[in-house]
Design a protein around this ligand. Structure first.
Ligand code: SF4
Ligand code: SF4
Length: 178
């Protein structure tokens, strides 16, 4: 991150409010979360303590950082944070704010599209359909993907919540808009 930062002190309160009382301000930057994080171990750009610090300082640039999406939500940092600041939730909260502001990365939008189209974030692959046939099983297991009305229900929920607008999904073409 270089140059001028977009400072907005309300971001800290916004995170704190969405966290239902869990307090981002409790973080005292011990970096236990970063040293507990497997993603940080293999990617020097990703440091949960840094993300928490940016939220505390109200630096909105964090909402546009790709690294915000690297967390696997393993909750190791949550377990180990001595201040109960809940860094995982802070990251998830920042992601929610970021997504609402139109910063959802294409990779995440593709996953959301899978849910809209198949009812699952990861669809069943042709190879697995073939394996199931070889085992004399039906092509699809009895999950949402198998039942048209179940997928339609998923679509109704996502439409009603406005999730399709966040991922910029066009129901006429059943594709992402760009
Ligand atoms: S979130 Fe918790 S573990 Fe991470 S730096 Fe802050 S106090 Fe330490
Ligand atoms: S929840 Fe995210 S930030 Fe925390 S340890 Fe796991 S991957 Fe790292």
């Amino acid at each position: 991150m270089t140059g001028k930062y977009k400072i907005d002190y309300a971001l800290r309160e916004q995170v704190s409010d969405i966290q239902h009382g869990l307090n981002v301000n409790q973080c005292f930057q011990c970096n236990v979360c970063t040293s507990s994080c497997d993603v940080a171990r293999f990617n020097e750009k990703f440091k949960p303590a840094r993300i928490v610090k940016l939220a505390i300082l109200g630096i909105r640039d964090v909402l546009e950082e790709e690294e915000l999406w690297y967390c696997t939500t393993c909750f190791f940092c949550f377990d180990r944070c001595p201040q109960l600041a809940d860094p995982t939730e802070i990251i998830l909260t920042l992601r929610n704010i970021s997504a609402r502001e139109g910063n959802l990365p294409k990779s995440q939008r593709r996953i959301a599209k899978n849910i809209l189209v198949t009812g699952h974030s990861v669809g069943i692959e042709k190879e697995n359909v073939e394996n199931r046939r070889n085992l004399e099983l039906e092509d699809l297991p009895p999950t949402a993907a198998k039942y048209k009305d179940a997928i339609e229900d998923v679509q109704k929920i996502l439409k009603k919540t406005g999730a399709h607008k966040i991922i910029r999904f066009n129901f006429d073409t059943m594709e992402l808009e760009d």
